[in-house]
Design a protein around this ligand. Structure first.
Ligand code: SF4
Length: 236
């Protein structure tokens, strides 16, 4: 069950550097959040277990998801992402502030290839590889309904391709190249799988959204396309 996987992810301590960092950040805190108790643990995926669309990011932010315990919740990247999800009818509200804020996603789940906040948002290749099995298990559990994956940024794209191959889809050679708006349909390599749409989108990092490299319109266009390819009935 996906809920069991989420619980198991939250208890993982496989990467010493990341365990040390996530817990240190949780102890030291940012001044603005000094009165809050940080999560300080791995952040599991968020969204229904029968999602048709999976959004894959990079890793939790130190003072965002590592503080609140929910993907993209409590930081500027999440502000942009959830506003767009709401705009295209995939979320019931445009904001994500804390775990109990009533946010619900429709047909959509959000996860990351690395579940612990890394220093400078940069996990090492060894940490990415250590975390891979969680993503592979998540994909397997979502298989009955999953029809599309939207990847935010090149790191997630590179991390995801081998997992997709391992989890039962055919990844073409040469490997599809990441880009904003990239779209490729992966054939099933296993009788239990259905073809899967893979879409690329620039990451919702402040580096991209503050500079205009990724605008809300650009994000909404890819999200809307992903939702339609996944066959989700969008609200609104
Ligand atoms: S990054 Fe992944 S594998 Fe490493 S400690 Fe966190 S949850 Fe475990």
């Amino acid at each position: 069950m996906l809920a069991e996987l989420d619980r198991a992810v939250s208890d993982c301590r496989a990467c010493p550097r990341l365990v040390d960092w996530r817990e240190r950040v949780a102890r030291e805190k940012r001044a603005a959040f000094a009165d809050q108790e940080y999560w300080g643990r791995p952040v599991p995926g968020f969204g229904p277990p029968d999602a048709r669309l999976l959004i894959v990011g990079l890793a939790p932010a130190a003072h965002g998801a590592n503080r609140t315990g929910r993907m993209f919740t409590g930081d500027r990247s999440g502000d942009v992402l959830y506003a767009a999800l709401h705009a295209v009818g995939l979320a019931n509200q445009p904001t994500a502030v804390h775990k109990d804020d009533g946010l619900t996603l429709y047909g959509t789940r959000i996860t990351s290839p690395v579940h612990c906040a890394p220093p400078e948002n940069k996990p090492t290749p060894a940490e990415r590889d250590a975390c891979r099995h969680w993503l592979a298990d998540e994909l397997r559990l979502l298989t009955p309904t999953l029809r599309a994956v939207m990847v935010l940024g090149g790191f997630g794209w590179q991390a995801l391709l081998p997992v997709l191959a391992e989890a039962g889809w055919t990844v073409p050679r040469p490997r599809p190249v990441f880009g904003h708006g990239a779209h490729v349909e992966l054939a099933a390599a296993h009788p239990d799988r259905r073809p899967l749409h893979l879409l690329g989108c620039y990451h919702v990092s402040q580096q991209n959204t503050f500079t205009g490299r990724l605008t809300p319109d650009m994000l909404c266009t890819v999200l809307d396309n992903a939702a339609k390819l996944a066959g989700i009935s969008q609200a609104g």
